[in-house]
Design a binder for this molecule. Sequence first.
Ligand code: HEM
Length: 405
Amino acid sequence: MTDNSIVEFDPFNETFIQNPYQYFDSLRSLGGFSFTGNGMGIASSYSDVRNLLEDRRFSVSPSPVSGLHERQASRYVCADVARQVLAFMDPPGHTALKQCLSSVYLQSLRSLSPDIQSRATELFARAIEKPRADLLREFATPLATAIISDIMGIPETDREQVRIWSRSFFRMFNLIPSIEVFRQMNADVGAFRSYMEKLLQTRRKNTLAKDSSVDVISQINCLCIENKEIDVSTAIASCMFLAAAGNVNVDSAIALAIRNLLLFPEKLEALRKEPELISNAADELLRFDTPTQIINRRATTTFEFKGKEIKRDTPVLLLIGSANRDPAKYMDPDVLHFGRPQTRNLTFGTGAHSCLGASLVKSQLSSAITALVSTTRPVMLTDEPQSFELRTGHRWLKSLDVNCG
Ligand code: HEM
């Protein structure tokens, strides 16, 4: 990187995937906002990422050249679904749907009030019973899947399959590395949609039979059938999105946090001595290493930003992972500091599209940390280096192998 207007960026570069933070440092030192050789904008400083997240001149809808663009809806099921997914919608459609979803989601969360701590404690104890465990597969993933499935009302027998589809669904937010990956994603999104359509129909019979269930899927059914606030395809896409959002990312956030506590055992020790810091530690760990690293936007008009022209339809990448490590915002950003005053980090975005699930994630993360802090068994990373999946917007560990006792 030599020129402050054009930068090299290869999101599929293996070194970058394994550790993006060095690249982010050099990018920020060039001024916070740059363009790549192929004309894509990249925001890397905290203030630029935050300002652009809140900037109404951007759209979240897929670009005209993307396989997810609405023009492709008759060709690809994923493009058809994307039209009704909240995260790809702009106002005014977005505003109304977000209000509906936020109210049903919060109502389910309140009335079902899942006992996250007991689940976390039980799953953690079971995972570390053996001398060696993969804490992603045996702890973080089952915890996240159980909690979101309870809130959504997904039957036990279907949870594993929904989790697998969720991982494919979230490819829609990444750059796709090959046509084969695109085809697989499209097939999985199709199967997921058929499943959700049937589940909604089955649930509808219960709802009409005055079953008093308050899970999200039943409530969304109600919005669709009784209140006629949303149509059937929006109901299906919304259930898919919420189920997927709760299945993925959350387990990665937990696994990343545990990994970082095991990499810096003095930090874990500090929490053992002062468990009242756990809630703050959860925020700090989410800042330090976030599973959502990059968010996509597209300019809807031509305008000037920091003396540079952003042309209409230009895709712009907002580097959340970089913003969260900006020294202009955080003193010693590469150090975990649990006493740090938690000024808002961008892990859950900001502005109109900010995350609905932030409080649920923080509860799960605090419970997971409490389970780790409370165990008397020694838990240590194995000698093998942990590696990350080839995902361009997400930092997802492949596994988290530990020795236990
Ligand atoms: C560690 C886990 C999670 C992370 C890091 C995360 C991060 C984010 C981010 C950065 C956004 C903003 C996207 C944008 O501006 O384009 C977002 C949006 C959203 N998230 Fe999360 N999220 C997580 C978990 C969840 C959970 C558990 C749920 C709910 C079940 C959820 C529901 C949503 C929804 C509905 C939106 C879309 C809001 C909109 O477009 O208006 N997320 N999330």
